[in-house]
Design a binder for this molecule. Structure first.
Ligand SMILES: Nc1ncnc2c1ncn2[C@@H]1O[C@H](COP(=O)(O)OP(=O)(O)OP(=O)(O)O)[C@@H](O)[C@H]1O
Ligand SMILES: [Mg+2]
Length: 866
């Protein structure tokens, strides 16, 4: 550091503590960045790079952003996953001796942004902390700084379960200890694309930990929670009175969606466009408030398992559905409800202005009416909602009495408070108003005395009050009384001692009143702070009400039916529909289908031509179950469902490009995950398993997976396939049933009827689809010819292809090679030899399923090589 100017030394000292952040170093009206920060920032922010003399020979790279527009730049950096440390001058440069003292006053990180413009109002912004415990469980804490929410969960199923959970509930940033295994850290960063931050556990902080622990005693959870709290306190350096006590999430009391399902089923965003439009959330969201929208998303991410809790929600939805007019009134009242939840956070944080508090007042003003509407319902649950709603009349009256209706955005220029709220403030205001009246009267009087009708008394910031006379009238002014202050092109401005005396009084009163107003406003803010827990409770009640009315609204518009639940593992859906597809289609076009799976039927094997609706049918079962378990009604005429504990999906070509896995590998990973964790209370969707590999491989895998599920898991399973050969499985597998999607051939074209029927489909119609897609005619003809030839040669695959060894999945992948398989292999003897050598050198008994799958993948790659 020697050789640098004192200021640069100061910079380097501070920067050493914030190595992983951009240090915004305040210099006058700019935040400056130096060295690497400057080089990176010019790229990210597209601002000019300059350099600064810093005492040493070589100039230091530098760039800067103006202080008043810094928010924008900070937003860009944070949204890209960076952190920004704000370093301010903490003493007055005028009185400072030597270098002005500077300190970092806030560290803004992706998981801790509070600034309004940087938050999506309909989404929570979660920061998480993860800790690996000595017993190899993981502790996970979620925290939303803007709402004060704190939730913890203990994950016992290893790192995969942790990843699954974090997929399901996305976070922007994760706090971990530097001791966490490096590969795990990399995995978190890579797979989830989050910012990692470091904090060692076991450091104490000044927050009232005991209160925030909320009665939780598990030290594994508390250690992780305190680690997170410490991180938040260290970075924010501000009031955190709005933090709510820790709540423990029993993950077992919610339906688990594996890490693939939320994405595959497009619950909150679509796979392709990553937007809400086209997702289930998009269909279900008819909430009125931002708080309601956030809660709906949370519910969707965690469907319930307890029948009582679901029934309670259903009862409320039913009540709102049955009372259209009341629901309409409720929706109207909710229109004027402000985001009380985030407001509480900002009250604690100290950045609310008078306008925010006025919004709060207007919200409170609507509550008595809302309470009344709810209490007037005949249904007991709704009545109770009304009774439990506390409109906080004392707070409303206080804000009504104190805040001026037209208060400005700023809090330091006065005009915030009403007359009559505070005696001293009134005195100052009177003085200033009287003075202004006196000045108005003076204008009148001067006009009479001088006879100049156009004489004006005005005010500007430089000269204060003045008397203005046009040049033409100057001769009318008496000598000596007026002192010339300013000359304009066609007028002169004067002052008198009398005028200046009054001016001093007015300005003093004004200054004092503005100062006092600011102090009083801080008092008001502190007073509102005492209401934070009550406001948070209110926010929670209003959010719930909003989600439930939204369910009612959507259920009415989309004609959903109230589902019932059974404990006999039976699925019975009459005329079920796919909620998203039916919404984007013109009404009446979607073909409803039944789903019947009683105790005796666990697996539906679905066949049918391409584009006929197999995937749609499978997804609609999963979406219907999820909707049912969050308490919403479902797209069908009637539905009786089990309470599924978990949903697993393997759908579509979801190449995991980010982590560099092939389609087939992803397919195998997703299948493994399902086979490992599913129970007889789960729902599994397997869409065309084995499609990503050669026919024999694929079919062998598909069959053995079906058998494994059938014999060992007993989960309700929907399995679609193009391998018609699999449809004979129902002969041996008692709980498997064939269904197919009907299509008809009409004058050489396929007509999709989208109707599900019992039994297997007879033809694949693939070539017809190619025709629909308008591939060249000659190509289509050639394909038909080849098909006929193949069928003629009897080369269609036999249904019983590879016989799987049922007790052992690992073996089933490599079941005794059938003679036919060798025929395929002959095509390239050399390659075949390689594969065979590799195959024979493996000791299968020592392989884990995962290793076997990797190997299979490798073999397949070898076989496919040209
Ligand atoms: N029940 C239905 N009513 C009306 N249209 C439907 C229905 N089911 C599916 N469709 C339409 O058919 C299209 C194809 O459906 P889907 O993707 O489910 O077919 P698929 O059988 O899975 O095809 P592939 O074999 O190519 O995967 C859908 O995008 C939708 O537009
Ligand atoms: Mg499909």
């Amino acid at each position: 550091m020697a050789g640098y100017t004192p200021m640069m030394q100061q910079y380097l000292r501070i920067k050493a503590d914030y190595k992983d952040a951009f240090l915004f170093f305040r210099l006058g009206d700019f935040y400056e960045m130096f060295f690497d920060d400057a080089l990176k920032a010019t790229k990210e922010l597209e601002i000019t790079l300059t350099s600064k003399n810093a005492g040493v020979e070589e100039k230091v790279p530098m760039c800067g952003v103006p202080y008043h527009s810094a928010d924008n730049y900070i937003r860009i950096l944070v949204s890209r996953g960076f952190k920004v440390a704000i370093c301010e001058q903490v003493e007055d440069p005028k009185t400072a001796k030597g270098v002005v003292k500077r300190e970092v006053v806030q560290l803004i990180t992706p998981g801790t942004v509070m600034e309004n413009g940087m938050l999506d109002e309909k989404e929570n912004n979660y920061l998480a902390a993860v800790n690996e415990n000595a017993d190899h469980t993981y502790s996970l804490v979620y925290h939303d700084l803007s709402t004060g929410e704190n939730r913890a969960a203990l994950l016992e199923g290893g790192f995969d379960t942790l990843l699954s959970e974090l997929y399901n509930q996305p976070v922007r940033e994760i706090v971990v200890s530097e001791q966490l295994d490096q590969p795990l850290q990399d995995e978190l960063k890579m797979r989830l694309g989050v910012t990692l931050s470091y904090q060692e556990p076991g450091v104490s902080n000044s927050l009232s930990q005991e209160k925030l622990a909320g009665g939780v005693t598990d030290t594994r959870l508390l250690d992780c929670f305190f680690m997170l709290l410490h991180y938040v306190e260290r970075t924010q350096k501000r009031g955190l009175d709005h933090l709510k006590p820790l709540q423990v999430m029993e993950l077992k009391s919610y339906m688990t969606l594996d890490m693939y399902s939320k994405r595959n089923l497009e619950l909150t965003e679509t796979i392709l466009k990553k937007g809400k439009h086209g997702s289930l959330l998009w269909v279900l969201d008819d909430t009125v408030t931002a708080m309601g929208a956030r809660m709906l998303k949370k519910w969707l991410e965690r469907p319930l398992l307890q029948k009582e809790a679901i029934t309670r929600r259903q009862d409320l939805v039913q009540a709102f559905l049955d009372h259209f007019f009341e629901r309409d009134t409720i929706r109207q009242l909710l229109q004027s409800v402000y985001d009380v939840e985030r407001l509480s956070g900002r009250v604690a944080y100290g950045n609310v202005n008078a306008r925010d508090l006025l919004q709060l007042k207007r919200t409170l003003a609507k509550l008595p009416e809302l309470k009344q509407v709810l209490s007037d319902f005949a249904e007991a649950e709704v009545q109770r909602m009304g009774q439990e709603l506390d409109p906080l009349p004392a707070l409303h009256d206080y804000l009504e009495k104190s805040l001026h209706e037209d208060a400005p955005i700023g809090v330091r220029e006065g005009g915030l408070l009403k007359d009559g709220f505070h005696a001293q403030l009134d005195t100052y205001r009177d003085a200033s108003r009287n003075g202004k009246q006196w000045i108005a009267a003076l204008e009148q009087q001067e006009r009479i005395e001088t006879g100049i009708k156009s004489l004006k008394v005005g005010y500007n910031k430089v000269f204060g009050y003045y008397i203005e006379v046009t040049r033409a009238n100057l001769h009318l002014l008496p000598e000596g009384k007026y002192e010339r202050k300013q000359t304009l092109s066609n007028a002169e401005r004067f002052i008198t001692p009398e005028l200046k005396e009054k001016e001093a009084l007015i300005l003093e009163a004004q200054e004092k009143s503005v100062e006092l107003e600011y102090e009083l406003f801080l008092e008001i803010r502190d007073h509102v702070k005492t209401y934070i827990p009550a406001l948070q409770q209110l926010a929670d009640q209003i959010s719930q009400l909003d989600v439930l009315q939204s369910f009612a609204e959507v259920s009415e518009k989309q004609r959903y039916a109230r589902p019932t639940f059974n404990s006999s593992r039976s699925v019975s859906i009459t005329e079920g529909r796919h909620p998203v597809i039916e919404k984007v289609m013109k009404s009446g076009e979607f073909v409803p289908n039944d789903v019947q799976m009683d105790q005796g039927s666990d697996i539906l094997l679905i066949t049918g031509p391409n584009m006929s609706g197999k995937s749609t049918y499978m997804r609609q079962v999963a979406l219907t179950s999820i909707m049912a378990q969050i308490g919403c009604f479902v797209p069908s005429e009637a539905a009786d469902l089990p309470l599924f504990d978990q949903i697993f999906t393997r759908i579509g070509a979801a190449d995991d490009l980010v982590s560099g896995q092939s389609t087939f590998m992803v397919e195998m990973l997703e299948s493994r995950h399902a086979l490992e964790h599913a129970t007889d209370r789960s729902l599994i969707l397997l869409d065309e398993i084995g499609r990503g590999t050669s026919t024999y491989d694929g079919m062998a895998l598909a069959q053995s997976i079906i058998e494994y599920v059938h014999d060992n898991i007993h989960a309700k399973t929907l399995f679609s396939t193009h391998y018609h050969e699999l449809t004979t499985l129902d002969e041996n597998l008692e709980k498997l049933r064939n269904v197919h999607v009907r299509a008809e051939e009409h004058e050489g074209n396929v007509v999709f009827l989208h109707q599900i029927r019992e039994g297997a489909a007879d033809e694949s119609y693939g070539i017809h689809v190619a025709k629909l897609a308008k591939l060249p005619d000659s190509l289509i003809e050639r394909a038909s010819a080849i098909l006929q030839e193949l069928e003629g040669q009897g080369q269609k695959l036999e249904a019983s292809a590879p016989k799987a060894v049922q007790e052992d999945m690992q073996l089933s992948f490599f079941a005794e090679p059938e003679p036919k398989k060798e025929e395929t292999v002959k095509r390239s003897d050399k390659r075949a030899e390689q594969v065979l050598t590799e195959l024979s050198s493996i000791n299968l008994m020592e392989q884990t399923p995962m290793e076997a799958m990797n190997l299979l993948y490798k073999l397949q790659q070898m076989a496919a090589k040209k």
